[in-house]
Design a protein around this ligand. Structure first.
Ligand SMILES: Nc1nc2c(c(=O)[nH]1)N[C@H]1C(S)=C(S)[C@@H](COP(=O)(O)OP(=O)(O)OC[C@H]3O[C@@H](n4cnc5c(N)ncnc54)[C@H](O)[C@@H]3O)O[C@H]1N2
Ligand code: MOO
Length: 399
């Protein structure tokens, strides 16, 4: 058995980033940019009005001006101002030649075809967006490693990009093992339990931007687990198995991984829940054997699988080595908590205003506390007593 810190390190050291691919901007949300993007053009591509009003020559501001035309956003006609002239202009329209300033329509007086400027605060260049104010041709527009948020995608579209190089987001095969499992909605026979791990994992994967998810099921027989794992490895970048990873006579995940030429990196961590967690590699593919108890599955997902996936698609920064995963904070324990030494404990807990309360029902077969939790408390392996008021490390669960 290895320590939690060692397991985290082994995952970070062994997980490799996904190859770079090009995706259309429309499909790019959530990906991480794999190359610097340089602006191909000046944006705005022309001097542009930022207000509805009148385009003028600043030096003419005290004259009686004659409006001689109109420029609408998208209009095709270009005007050239002569001294004493103005052009009616609208937000987004190109400035006429020789104009340098736009006066808001609220700050003019127009009577009998004569325009007077009333704006005492008017300064030269006011209400004009310079050409290239957003990006200049050849300039770095957005850096490699940026996450493609809605804002980043809008920015890239606005400077004329249509596709972007990104780190691929891994596809994930979820293999559910267990003879006792029944789909929810059907009537339970003796000894059966509702299959819930695939639901929790699929939801957690979707929350982590993973959309290519394939589900597989396998009975508790070595040959079947081996075969299904083989199929999952053929079709996915990452394979998550639940159940069958402990020491019982019907636990075949570790053996099946070996038969599939998956190299074990570790099996068993000094932690509760999720002690029998397995991690192996087949080339660049990662295999996680998640201990079957529903709460162990989700706990291991957040602590180990999520940081691994996030490293693969560079969610946590391209050149950086921080582990990713859940956001970590410190909080003050509201109630005393005791545990034995020897295992790191992850407790389902509720965090509010800097305080954290461990919830009831911490057993790994129970999900009711997890369903109410908004964080997990991490209690160190060798520590035993945690009086109320102790500062503890917490991991914030995604909403
Ligand atoms: N002698 C020992 N026994 C066990 C040990 C040990 O160290 N020595 N470790 C225990 C711990 S801790 C855990 S965690 C479990 C992990 O066992 P497995 O990964 O082999 O999981 P299973 O035995 O297949 O199932 C455990 C439990 O979870 C339920 N389960 C499984 N899959 C699902 C699913 N998809 N949906 C809902 N529930 C599921 C299953 O019915 C069992 O109740 O081993 C302990 N034993
Ligand atoms: O690791 Mo187990 O999850 O304690 O039941």
């Amino acid at each position: 058995m290895i320590a939690v810190s060692k397991a985290r390190l082994l995952i970070q050291e062994n997980i490799k980033m996904m190859p770079v691919q090009v995706v259309s901007l429309a499909e790019a949300a959530g990906y991480t940019l794999a190359m610097d993007i340089y602006a191909k053009m000046d944006i705005p591509a022309f001097e542009q009005s930022s207000m509805d009003g009148y385009a003028i020559r600043y030096e003419d501001r005290n004259l009686n001006l004659i409006p001689v035309g109109e420029m609408q956003a998208g209009g095709q006609t270009q005007y050239s101002l002569l001294p004493g002239q103005a052009i009616r202009i609208f937000t987004g329209a190109p400035l006429p030649e020789n104009a340098d300033t736009v006066v808001m329509q609220e700050k003019v007086e127009l009577a009998d075809g004569i325009l007077k400027i009333l704006d005492k605060q008017l300064i030269s260049g006011m209400n004009v967006r310079p050409k290239g104010a957003e990006t200049k041709t050849g300039e770095l527009a957005i850096q490699k490693g940026c996450r493609l948020t809605p804002a980043a995608i809008g920015f890239l579209a606005g400077i004329g990009e249509t596709e972007v190089p990104v780190y691929g987001i891994p596809s994930v095969g979820v293999v559910i093992t267990g003879k006792e499992l029944l789909q929810p909605g059907k009537e339970l026979a003796f000894g059966q339990v509702y299959e819930s791990n695939s639901y929790a994992l699929t939801a957690a994967l979707r929350q982590a931007q993973i959309t290519k998810i394939k589900l597989y099921t396998a009975d508790d027989q070595l040959d079947e687990v081996r075969l299904v794992m083989e199929q999952a490895l053929q079709n996915n970048d990452v394979v998550l198995l639940t159940g069958g990873v402990s020491v019982g006579d019907y636990d075949f995940v570790v053996k099946a991984a070996e038969l599939n030429k998956v190299t074990q990196v570790f099996h068993k961590i000094k932690q509760k829940p999720g002690k029998p967690l397995y991690f192996g590699l087949k080339g660049q593919q990662a295999v996680f054997g998640l201990p079957g108890n529903p709460s162990s599955v989700l706990s291991c997902f957040y602590q180990y699988v999520l940081p691994a996936l996030q490293k693969m698609y560079a969610h946590v920064g391209v050149e950086k080595t921080q582990p990713g995963g859940l956001q970590i904070r410190e909080a003050v324990l509201t109630h005393e908590y005791k545990k034995a030494a020897g295992l790191t404990h992850f407790l389902k807990a509720y965090f509010e205003n800097g305080n954290v309360t461990p919830l009831n029902a911490q057993e790994s077969f129970r999900m009711s506390s997890f369903a109410q939790a908004n964080c997990m408390i991490e209690l160190a392996e060798e520590e035993t007593g945690f009086p109320a008021g102790t500062k503890v490390k917490i991991h914030i669960l995604p909403e």
